[in-house]
Design a protein around this ligand. Structure first.
Ligand SMILES: C=C1C[C@]23C[C@@]1(O)CC[C@H]2[C@@]12CCC[C@@](C)(C(=O)O1)[C@H]2[C@@H]3C(=O)O
Ligand SMILES: O=C(O)CCC(=O)C(=O)O
Ligand SMILES: [Fe+2]
Length: 346
């Protein structure tokens, strides 16, 4: 890959040396540094209603493409079954992730992400936009064994093999979904918008997330509200609830784990390319008093020098200015949720 994600982050260093408390498991009362002023308790009284359930789509259904397209328009997120990822690949990455996060803090900090870097252990990139810390630890993997070697100099292979297998499987699934989505949007497989799909010149990153048990979950935040920057994100979550997406008029809607089902959500890049026809779902994670939670996200998208522009036909007015992935990452690094409105044409 000639141009990498690290290159895009280099100009937006992030001070990571604030993972407080360093050992979540020993904390009995919520430290002020992690106490969010607004309790998320009141948002949690969501009452189930059929029209507010996130669609579950069967990838081998002959109508899967239309169902995916409609889910992207209405929700920006869907659950996927019969996705073809072997259970053993998912289980391995879960085992290795649990092994990583259960290490003492000083071991994990050996792989602390550097301020301008893209991979390694640390807090979420969105952290500086919020006044309080999140009840969360993360680890980003992008194909290299360097970070794992810092933690396990002689014994890194099992971890890296699990990540690589997961990444390879997720890439294939992402390509399949991308072809379906672009076809739904009326783009043919050989057109310019499709060139990066299936090539080695793409961005593919794994983010391992860990949400320890929290003494006061209603005053804490696992992962603050955000949209993903990706074209699409595929997420495996363990069996603890916590993920929620924001739906106008309804508030925070849970996406509770379903066995053998992955969560797919639309990121900013596809939102722009679809000329805002597809929703990019604002989502967050709430934490739990007695259950730990893990999730493994795969972010997929075009390379950083790719020009993102709305795909419009006939006289439809593009709602966003064209810009490279790198330029968008740079705008988002400074403005987070305000990034999309800064590139609108009106
Ligand atoms: C490819 C990526 C997407 C991500 C930034 C990253 O380089 C790796 C971490 C990803 C993550 C995970 C938690 C939420 C998020 C907004 C963040 O702070 O780090 C996403 C980033 C993103 O979508 O921009
Ligand atoms: O943990 C989750 O369920 C969501 C994680 C997430 O939103 C992310 O990694 O971007
Ligand atoms: Fe996310």
């Amino acid at each position: 890959m000639a141009t990498t994600l690290s290159e895009a982050y280099r100009n937006h260093p992030l001070n990571l040396h604030h993972i407080i408390p360093l050992d979540f498991s020993s904390i009995r009362t919520l430290p002020d540094s992690h106490a969010w002023s607004q309790s998320n308790d009141s948002d949690n009284n969501f009452s189930y209603n059929e029209s507010l359930s996130i669609p579950i789509i069967d990838l081998i259904d002959p109508h899967a493409m239309e169902q995916i397209g409609f889910a992207c328009e209405k929700w920006g997120v869907f659950q996927l079954k019969n996705h073809g990822i072997p259970l053993s690949v998912i289980e391995e990455v879960e085992v290795e992730s649990k092994k990583l996060f259960s290490l003492p803090a000083e071991e994990k900090l050996k792989a602390l992400r550097s301020p301008g870097g893209a991979t390694g252990y640390g807090r979420a990139r969105i952290s500086p936009f919020f006044p309080k810390f999140m009840w969360h630890e993360g680890f980003t993997f992008m194909g290299s064994s360097d970070d794992a070697k810092k933690i396990w100099p002689k014994d890194y292979e099992r971890f890296c093999d699990a990540m690589e297998n997961y990444q390879n499987q997720m890439k294939v699934l992402s390509e399949k979904l991308t072809h379906m989505i672009l076809t739904f949007l009326g783009i043919n497989n050989s057109s310019q918008e499709n060139k990066w799909v299936g090539s080695t010149n793409h961005i593919g990153a794994i983010q391992l997330n860990f949400y320890p048990c929290c003494p006061e979950p209603n005053r804490a935040m696992g992962l603050a509200p955000h949209t993903d920057t990706s074209f699409l994100t595929i997420l495996h979550q363990t069996l603890t609830n916590g993920l929620q997406i924001f739906k106008d008029g309804s508030g925070w809607v849970p996406i509770n784990p379903n066995p053998n089902t992955l969560v797919v959500n639309i990121g900013d890049i596809l939102h722009i390319m679809s000329n805002a026809r597809f929703h990019c779902a604002l989502h967050r994670v709430v934490v739990n008093k007695t259950k730990q939670r893990y999730s493994m996200a795969y972010f997929y998208g075009p390379p950083i020098d790719y020009v993102i522009s709305p795909i419009v036909i006939n006289c439809v007015v593009p709602r966003f200015h064209a810009l490279t992935v790198k330029e968008y990452i740079s705008i988002k690094a400074k403005n987070l949720g305000g990034a999309l409105s800064l590139i609108t044409t009106t």
